[in-house]
Design a protein around this ligand. Structure first.
Ligand SMILES: Cc1cc2nc3c(=O)[nH]c(=O)nc-3n(C[C@H](O)[C@H](O)[C@H](O)COP(=O)(O)O)c2cc1C
Length: 324
């Protein structure tokens, strides 16, 4: 699959997810077969004002490619300037028009843009002029059930020079409730002349294949489905090649948990690792015997050594329990 000049080896992409898809998460996931991964959403205003925390979100390494940088903002000139600044850090720039978070929406950014088509035209045009990198937009179905306008917003983006559109077919009001209406992805694919990426409710490799088949979209984007499950991308690729899926063993889960932590520690201090790794470690343990107890203790852990011991004990204990 190609997005403008960018060739993607696989049609399964890792979604931008704030608080999740940092450098360590992307590096952990890449060997499992991602065509493209995205940064967490990056504030254009924060970048232009020179915020260090914002700039940190751009941290990457050569193995972390191809990389899409996702920007959010509401001002065309600021977003254009942000495009110029992030250009050297990635291979593609994406505009966030889906974030439902109140603070973001109140500023007119994220999914609030779905309510201002004229502004979308100005923003995409300004970003297009500012960068030669492939430019994509990520949208929702609309603001709410009474204003479903993804076709209009996608058409505007396309007219103003966007090279692909990702659709998460829920409204802003829905947040993450209900189910993603994949039929809308099919509708968009039918109308658009640029590649369409489908996002929403892919939890198993079979879901990804079904989305491709049912909607005709060009690529699928995995989000929450990768929590504790980097094998999702690998199993999707296996399914496409009519190969058997792998069911990760306890040792596989343990090794991935340790690997994730070690990668995280390469780029962050221990204090941050202790806090940020908790959720990932709980996801690696999910569904296994003793997971609730593990969750309680990992959330109390104060050092990496303590976390390492807890992981080791948890998987040793899980191995002694026979699953009926
Ligand atoms: C914790 C979390 C953070 C997210 N952050 C972003 C973000 O920064 N930018 C964005 O475009 N979408 C974001 N999303 C939406 C996802 O990219 C994706 O479109 C959505 O979760 C639907 O896919 P899924 O059902 O596979 O999770 C986020 C979702 C979650 C759960």
């Amino acid at each position: 699959m190609n997005i403008k000049s960018l060739h993607l080896k696989h049609n399964i992409l890792l979604a931008p997810m704030a608080g999740i898809t940092d450098l360590s998460c992307r590096l952990l996931m890449r060997p499992f077969g991602l065509g493209l991964a995205f940064t967490e959403m990056v504030s254009a205003n924060g970048l232009v004002l020179g915020g260090d925390a914002t700039r940190d979100l751009l941290t990457s390494v050569p193995e972390d490619r191809p990389l899409g940088i996702q920007l959010f903002g509401e001002n065309p000139a600021t977003l254009a300037e942000a495009c110029r600044q992030v250009g050297p850090h990635g291979d593609l720039i994406d505009l966030n028009m889906g974030c439902p978070v109140k603070k973001v929406v109140r500023s007119g950014a994220g999914s609030a843009l779905m309510q201002t088509p004229k502004r979308v035209a100005q923003i995409v045009a300004a970003m297009r002029r500012a960068t030669d990198l492939p430019l994509t937009v990520k949208i929702r179905a609309g603001w709410d059930q009474s204003s479903i306008n993804f076709l209009e917003i996608a058409r505007i983006a396309e007219q103003e020079g966007a090279d692909a559109v990702t659709l998460h077919p829920r409204t802003r009001s829905q947040g993450f409730s209900g189910t993603a209406d994949w039929a809308l992805i099919g509708e968009l694919k039918h109308r658009a002349t640029i590649p369409i990426i489908g996002s929403g409710d892919i939890f198993e490799a079979e879901d990804a294949r079904r989305m491709l088949n049912e909607t005709g979209c060009d690529a699928v984007m995995i989000g929450r489905g990768c929590y504790g499950n980097p094998w999702l991308a690998k199993n999707f690729l296996a399914l496409q090649n009519e190969q058997a899926a792998v069911a990760p063993s306890l040792e596989d889960c343990r090794d991935v948990a340790f690997r994730h932590m070690e990668i995280f520690l390469r780029y962050n201090n221990e204090r941050k690792a202790v806090l940020d790794m908790r959720k990932h470690l709980c996801w690696y343990a999910k569904g296994l015997p003793g997971a609730a107890q593990f969750r309680a203790s990992i959330n109390q852990a104060c050092s990496i050594d303590e976390m390492r011991t807890l992981i080791r004990h948890f998987f040793e204990h899980a191995a002694t329990i026979e699953v009926p």
